[in-house]
Design a protein around this ligand. Structure first.
Ligand code: NDP
Length: 240
């Protein structure tokens, strides 16, 4: 098992849910962290709680400048960027007549463009350094068709295709690429659904907890350099 002690991990969407749990998990494994999301106070509260060195960047991940800013911060503060966890994501659902097309570009920006851009920015630096790991957070929505979920599931499928291709491109470079696909997990991601009068899936299934996904990310990252775990699906025992 490779140790994460002293490794520098950049985690997007770290102010809540799976991202915050991943920050706690990787901190307990000894990693140093760069945490990003928009809600500064949440990030600072989490940083204060963790017993490791933490740098925080409050930023919109949809801003094309954010990935470069994260890489620069990791290098300035810690001298390297060993791990990138592209976790930030949003869920907007709606049946044929209800889907808000005004939200389409925002979903593409956060759920696809941002992790792709960050993957490129970090992969280039990691390849030059000869080592690194990128974990992209996908979804059960990429594998199970659900009415009203076409945009979300479609973007996650696209992210999976990109991630698999990047893994092949970087084979042998020392940079490992993988994806973690969560099943229904009890987080704030369902708040928007509920605000629009729909039931959140976390209310009628036995949901996973964010920690269940954080353990999967850690498992992927702790493999010895000769091993790569390209994907982990962690589904609720109540998911189909
Ligand atoms: P949460 O809503 O709990 O957290 C989402 C995180 O993303 C927050 O930290 C939020 O921070 C950040 N974020 C959202 N938009 C932006 C933005 N424009 N700029 C910067 N940060 C942003 O969601 P989860 O923890 O549930 O989701 C994490 C990942 O897991 C997502 O990619 C999601 O698609 C995936 N997933 C979740 C499932 C679930 O059932 N929960 C199932 C399958 C996949 P802030 O608002 O402070 O900016």
């Amino acid at each position: 098992m490779a140790t994460l002690t002293g490794k520098v991990a950049v985690i997007t969407g770290a102010s809540a849910g799976i991202g915050a749990a991943t920050a706690r998990e990787l901190a307990s494994a000894g990693a140093r962290l760069v945490l990003t999301a928009r809600r500064t106070e949440r990030l600072e509260a989490l940083a204060a709680e963790l017993e490791t060195e933490v740098a925080v960047l409050a930023a919109d991940i949809a801003d094309p400048a954010t990935p470069e800013a994260l890489l620069a911060l990791a290098h300035e503060r810690f001298g390297s960027a060993d791990i990138l966890v592209n976790n930030a994501g949003i869920l907007r659902v709606g049946d044929l007549d209800a889907f808000d097309l005004d939200g389409l570009e925002g979903m593409v920006a956060v759920n696809f463009n941002a992790p792709v851009r960050a993957s490129y920015v970090f992969a280039r630096a990691m390849k030059a350094a000869g080592s690194g790991a990128i974990v992209n957070v996908s979804s059960i929505g990429a594998h199970v068709n659900a009415a009203g979920m076409g945009v979300y599931g479609g973007l996650k499928r696209a992210l999976e295709g990109f991630t698999d291709s990047l893994r092949v491109e970087l084979a042998g470079s020392g940079v490992r690429v993988g994806l973690v696909a969560p099943g229904t997990t009890s987080t704030e991601i369902f708040d928007d659904m509920k605000a629009h009068g729909r039931q959140g899936w976390d209310e009628y299934l036995v949901p996973l907890q964010p920690e269940d996904l954080a353990r999967a990310v850690r498992f992927m990252l702790e493999q010895p350099p000769r091993a790569n775990v390209p994907r982990i699906h962690v589904y609720s025992s109540a998911d189909a």
